[in-house]
Ligand binder design. Structure first.
Ligand code: ZN
Length: 505
């Protein structure tokens, strides 16, 4: 029995301060997005900057560096899977990343981000990428500095990919996209050639906001999100999830009164993130292990509940009667099969956040290909808007008529450039890989959905994903849960099976 050195307890105490400060910052952010009076924006910016600064100073203090050094021998004696070893692993990783980036670079990034956001808003107003380009040039130059500060082996983008998806490399991401491109581009074409197959008119009627919120709340509770004592559902402009412990998880949604799916599926998406957060061990509450494995693994959970469950035949059969009782006039004549088809309509779209399951990853792929071309020196930022249009024509057969519906649509490039979107695709791919394994292990899983029974899936995800917190990298987590490395097979099989059936291909 290895005894726990005092120095380990000292380190864990400091990390608890870091984690508590991060959660306090998260609460300030939640309030800013949901409740705060608008005139408080500037003061709130100061509050958050101070708390962030304190958390960063705690994490990067010389004492933490010294403790991590002193604990190296102890760490080598610990089993890899132990909470202690994982805590030291994750703390070391975060300490090294945070100390490699010089403080002045952090300040310049944060200033450029604030400025970039303002310039992006102006460019959107002018509907002109050229207005935004100088800000993006600055951001790109800063990101190159970050890659040099963090270090990389095969490709500078590896440093940025690793920020979001620890352990994954640019080459692996490219291999995923090669698979997706080969299947999704022709599948999309075949579907686009069959317009009029699906009538989504009934979900485009008028649906009053209050009843939609009642429906969203019911859907979140149905999949197991605890809204009773450990969670909240509120409104915000962009739906998001945040948490301050597994016992306090906040999700938000938004409502479109002329399109029923917006609120329902945004809520199921955030409830998926929320189940992950509520499913983290309470013992990790103040631990550096008390968060999801990566952005991509977090997305695997949200996309699972939004798409694989929420947009399944079983869920539609279960939930349509609930919706019909709230909206008898609008949905009175709708069948479960009609509803299932309406919420799975595929069409080439210009806007990523409106994209369906077949085309979504093409939107992500386009952004990644452009980012990589810039890093490889094959594309200059002056030609970005034109290159964007060319890729949309190639992959989706449509060309954005202006920059607003093209290169200026995402907020992500106001604060970063390089690997801003890859987590969405890692989420789709890993989510289906996890789901396929769960389905193989749980008899009659999908028949349960039609009865409103989601417990078996939720518990499987809890055991195999949520319960580990941040102990494992995405690759390790997927491999432990499924016995295989991250692969596109299950995702592509699911997409082809579902949409060939719906579109009669
Ligand atoms: Zn999400």
């Amino acid at each position: 029995l290895s005894s726990r050195p005092e120095k380990y307890d000292r380190l864990v105490g400091i990390l608890a301060d870091v984690v508590n400060l991060r959660h306090a910052a998260a609460l300030l952010y939640w309030d800013q997005q949901t409740m705060m009076p608008t005139a408080a924006a500037q003061a709130r910016g100061h509050h958050m900057a101070t708390v962030d600064k304190l958390a960063h100073a705690k994490l990067t203090s010389p004492e933490v560096g010294q403790l991590l050094d002193d604990l190296k021998d102890h760490e080598a004696t610990l089993p890899y899977d132990s909470d202690e070893a994982a805590t030291l692993r994750v703390a070391r990783r975060q300490y090294e990343k945070a100390t490699r980036i010089p403080p002045d670079l952090i300040v310049r990034i944060s200033l450029a981000g604030a400025e970039g956001y303002v310039t992006w808003r102006q460019a959107r107003e002018a509907n002109d990428y050229k207005v935004f380009q100088p800000a993006l040039e600055r951001t790109y130059a800063l990101m190159r500095e970050v890659t040099e500060a963090l270090g990389w082996e095969d490709h500078p983008l590896d440093a940025l990919v690793d920020e979001f998806e620890p352990g994954l490399k640019t080459a692996q991401i490219e291999a995923l996209f090669d698979d997706l491109r080969a299947t999704l581009v022709p599948l999309g074409q075949a579907i686009f050639n069959r317009p009029g197959t699906i009538d989504d008119g009934p979900v485009r009627r008028h649906f009053p906001s209050e009843a939609q919120l009642a429906a969203s709340q019911e859907a979140a509770v149905a999949v197991g999100f605890d809204l009773d004592t450990r969670g909240r559902l509120d409104l915000s402009v962009h739906p998001f999830t945040t948490s301050f412990s597994p016992c306090d998880v906040r999700i938000t949604t938004k409502v479109d009164e002329s399109f029923l799916p917006t609120s329902l599926f945004a809520t199921l998406h955030e409830a998926g993130h929320g189940l992950y957060e509520q499913g983290l061990p309470v013992a990790f509450q103040e631990s550096i292990l008390g968060e999801g494995a990566s952005s991509g693994i977090h997305e695997s959970q949200s996309l699972l509940w939004e798409n694989v469950v929420g947009r399944s035949r079983g869920f539609c059969e279960f939930f349509l009667p609930r919706l019909r009782s709230l909206f008898p006039d609008q949905l009175g004549g709708m069948s479960p099969e009609g509803f299932y088809r309406a919420v799975n309509k595929v069409q080439p779209s210009l806007i990523r956040v409106d994209a369906d399951e077949v085309t979504y990853n093409l939107h992500v792929m386009i952004r990644f290909e452009l980012e990589k071309a810039v890093f490889d020196g094959r594309l200059s930022l002056g030609d970005l808007a034109e290159a964007w249009r060319a890729k949309f024509k190639d992959y989706l057969g449509i060309v954005p008529p202006d920059d607003l519906s093209g290169v200026l649509q995402d907020i992500h490039w106001t604060g970063g450039f390089g690997a801003c979107f890859v987590s969405y695709t890692v989420g789709h791919v890993s989510g289906l890989q996890l789901y396929e394994k769960a389905r193989a292990e749980i008899p009659d899983l999908e028949r349960g959905f039609a009865r409103g029974d989601f417990a078996a899936l939720r518990e499987w995800m809890n055991r195999n994903v949520h319960a580990h917190g941040r102990k494992y990298t995405p690759q390790e987590l997927v491999e432990r849960a499924t016995g295989r490395r991250l692969e596109t097979g299950p995702y592509l099989t699911y997409i082809k099976g579902k949409f060939k059936d719906i579109y009669g291909l």
